[in-house]
Ligand binder design. Structure first.
Ligand SMILES: Cc1cc2nc3c(=O)[nH]c(=O)nc-3n(C[C@H](O)[C@H](O)[C@H](O)COP(=O)(O)OP(=O)(O)OC[C@H]3O[C@@H](n4cnc5c(N)ncnc54)[C@H](O)[C@@H]3O)c2cc1C
Length: 456
C-alpha cells in the first residue's frame, strides 16, 4: 500500500519535504494555515506558485490551504502522532474538523521574527521587520516614507532591499553587533564562503544596493527608544559596546515615520513539543543526520531545527520527505542532499554565531516599558514579581503579572520574559497550538488515514 506522509507547513521546508516524499513514491497531504504556498520566503504569489507547482500538481499530492493544525496527539508507546486539523477560513464558523493518522509526519511550521522591547516599541509605526517585509514583498506596500531598520542579523538586508523596492527612503540599517564579531563570523574561513557562492553573491548584491541608494550600514549601533505623539516620529539611536550596553553620550535622534526592528527568529515549537520531540539546547528540534526527530515516524525540517535561511530549509525538507516517504538513506540523491544540507547548516551556524544577542540589552528598558504587549505588563512589574522570593517560578511570575497569558500565549514575549526573569524553561508547551472555537471542538471530527481526508 502507498505510504501516506503528512507535511505541516508549505514554506521552503514543507515544499521540499513534499517533493522528497513524492520522489520516494509516497502519497502526500500538504497542510498550511495560509491560503497560498510559499511560507515566509516566497511571498510574491506568482513566485510562490511557480516554486510550488511541481508539488501541487502531482497526482499523489493533496494540497490543503487554509488548514490549521491546532493540535498533535501523541499515541501510546508506538505509532505516529495523529494530526488535528481545522479546514476552512479562520473567520468562518463552520471549519471542518479532521483527524489525520498518517504513516509518517514531517513538521515544518517555521519561525516568528523576534523583537527585543525598548521604550516606545509599542507605538504605532514601529513594525517587526518581518511584518514590514511581508507587506513590501507580498503586497508591494511600504510601511513608511522615511524608515530606519535596526536590530541584528542578515535578515535586515533583504528587508532593506524590499522597502527600497516598495518606494521607502531607508535612513540607515543599524546592526547592533560589533563589526569585529561580524567580520569573524562572516569571513573567518574565506574558503567556506567560496563554497557558498549563492549566499556570497546575495550578500554582495545587498551591499551594492545599499551603496547605490546611499543607505548607511552601521554596526555596533541600535535603536534604544522610539518617540512620538500617538505614533513614531523619531528614533533614538546609540552606540553599543560588544555586550550591547549603551556607550553614554552617543545617543542621536533620527526623524522617521516608520521603524522596522528584528533581533533574529524564534522557532515555532508548539507542534514538535506536543508530538513529544526532544529539543536541542531547549531551543530547536533535535534531529539526526536524516532529519528524523526522537519520535518514531516524525521528521522535522526548516527553521524549527535551526535558523539557516530558505535554501537550507528546502534542502532539509527534501531529505526529511525522502526518508519519511520510505526512500533509501544511501540513495545517491540522498547522499548529495545530505552534503548540501551540512554545508548550508555550517554556514548558517557561523552567521548565527556572528549575531549573538548582547546580554546587556535589558539596560535599554525603563520600569514603565511594556514587555508583554497583549497584557501590557511592564518591565517594572516583572522585576517586582521576580524579586519576590514567594514567586520563584515562571508560572508564579506569570500568574502575578499576566505576562505571556494574552492572545499570543507568549509566542512573541516568551523568550524575553524568560531572559528578564531568568526563569528559563520551555515557553512552547501549548497543547492547543492554535485557537479553536468551542463549537468546533464539540463537533465530532472526521477520522482519516488517507491523503484526501476521507472518513475511514
Ligand atoms: C516574517 C518573516 C519574514 C521572512 N522573510 C524572509 C525574506 O524575505 N528573505 C529571507 O531570506 N528569509 C526570510 N525569512 C526567513 C525565512 O522564514 C526562512 O528562511 C524560510 O522561509 C524558512 O522556511 P520554513 O519552511 O522553515 O518556514 P516558513 O517559510 O515560515 O513556512 C512555515 C509554514 O508553516 C505554516 N504553519 C505554521 N504553523 C502551522 C500550523 N499550526 N498549521 C498549519 N500551517 C502552519 C505557515 O503558515 C508557513 O507557511 C522570514 C521569516 C519571517 C518569520
Amino acid at each position: 500500500m502507498t505510504r501516506h506522509v503528512a507535511v505541516i507547513g508549505a514554506g521552503p521546508a514543507g515544499l521540499g519535504a513534499a517533493a522528497g516524499a513524492l520522489r520516494a513514491g509516497a502519497a502526500v497531504t500538504l497542510i498550511d494555515s495560509a491560503g497560498r504556498p510559499g511560507g515566509q520566503y516566497h511571498r510574491v504569489p506568482s513566485d510562490a506558485y511557480a516554486v510550488a507547482a511541481p508539488v501541487l500538481r502531482h497526482p499523489r499530492c493533496d494540497w490543503w490551504p487554509e488548514s490549521t493544525v491546532w493540535s498533535i496527539e501523541r499515541p501510546g508507546d508506538e505509532g505516529v502522532p495523529r494530526v488535528h486539523v481545522l479546514r476552512g477560513e479562520a473567520d468562518e464558523d463552520d471549519r471542518e474538523r479532521l483527524v489525520l493518522a498518517p504513516d509518517a509526519l514531517v513538521l515544518a511550521p517555521g519561525a516568528h521574527d523576534r523583537v527585543l522591547p525598548f521604550p516606545g516599541w509599542d507605538l504605532p509605526g514601529v513594525y517587526t521587520a518581518g511584518a514590514a517585509q511581508a507587506l513590501a514583498k507580498g503586497e508591494g506596500l511600504a510601511v513608511g516614507d522615511s524608515v530606519l531598520i535596526a536590530g541584528s542579523g542578515p535578515f535586515l538586508l533583504p528587508v532593506a532591499a524590499s522597502l527600497l523596492a516598495a518606494g521607502s527612503s531607508v535612513r540607515a540599517v543599524l546592526e547592533a553587533g560589533a563589526a569585529t564579531a561580524l567580520a569573524r563570523g562572516w569571513t573567518r574561513r574565506p574558503w567556506e564562503l567560496a563554497a557558498h557562492t549563492a549566499r556570497a553573491a546575495e550578500l554582495a548584491g545587498y551591499a551594492a544596493l545599499l551603496a547605490r541608494h546611499r543607505v548607511p550600514y552601521r554596526t555596533g549601533r541600535a535603536v534604544t527608544e522610539a518617540r512620538g505623539d500617538g505614533r513614531v516620529e523619531e528614533a533614538v539611536t546609540a552606540r553599543l559596546r560588544p555586550d550591547w550596553s549603551v556607550v553614554p553620550g552617543t545617543e542621536r535622534t533620527v526623524p522617521v515615520d516608520a521603524l522596522c526592528v528584528s533581533h533574529g527568529f524564534t522557532p515555532q515549537l508548539e507542534l514538535p513539543v506536543a508530538a513529544g520531540c526532544a529539543l536541542r539546547d531547549g531551543a530547536f528540534v533535535d534531529v539526526d543526520a536524516d532529519q528524523r526527530t526522537t519520535v518514531p515516524g516524525v521528521s522535522a525540517a526548516g527553521e524549527i531545527t535551526g535558523i539557516a535561511g530558505a535554501q537550507a530549509a528546502r534542502t532539509e525538507g527534501l531529505l526529511a520527505g525522502w526518508i519519511a516517504g520510505g526512500g533509501a538513506p544511501d540513495a545517491p540523491a540522498a547522499v548529495r542532499t545530505r552534503r548540501r544540507r551540512d554545508q548550508a547548516r555550517a554556514y548558517a551556524a557561523r552567521l548565527a554565531a556572528a549575531h549573538p544577542i548582547g546580554a546587556a540589552w535589558p539596560g535599554w528598558l525603563r520600569p514603565g516599558t511594556v514587555v508583554c504587549r497583549c497584557e501590557e505588563t511592564t518591565y517594572g512589574a516583572l522585576l517586582d514579581a521576580s524579586g519576590d522570593p514567594a514567586r520563584n517560578s515562571a508560572h508564579a511570575i506569570k500568574l502575578a503579572t499576566r505576562a505571556g497569558l494574552g492572545p499570543c500565549q507568549a509566542r512573541i514575549c516568551g523568550p524575553t520574559i524568560a531572559e528578564l526573569t531568568r526563569t528559563g524553561g520551555s515557553p512552547h508547551n501549548r497543547p492547543v497550538a492554535q485557537p479553536i472555537r468551542l463549537g468546533e471542538l464539540a463537533r465530532p471530527p472526521i477520522e482519516s488515514t488517507d491523503r484526501k481526508g476521507n472518513a475511514i
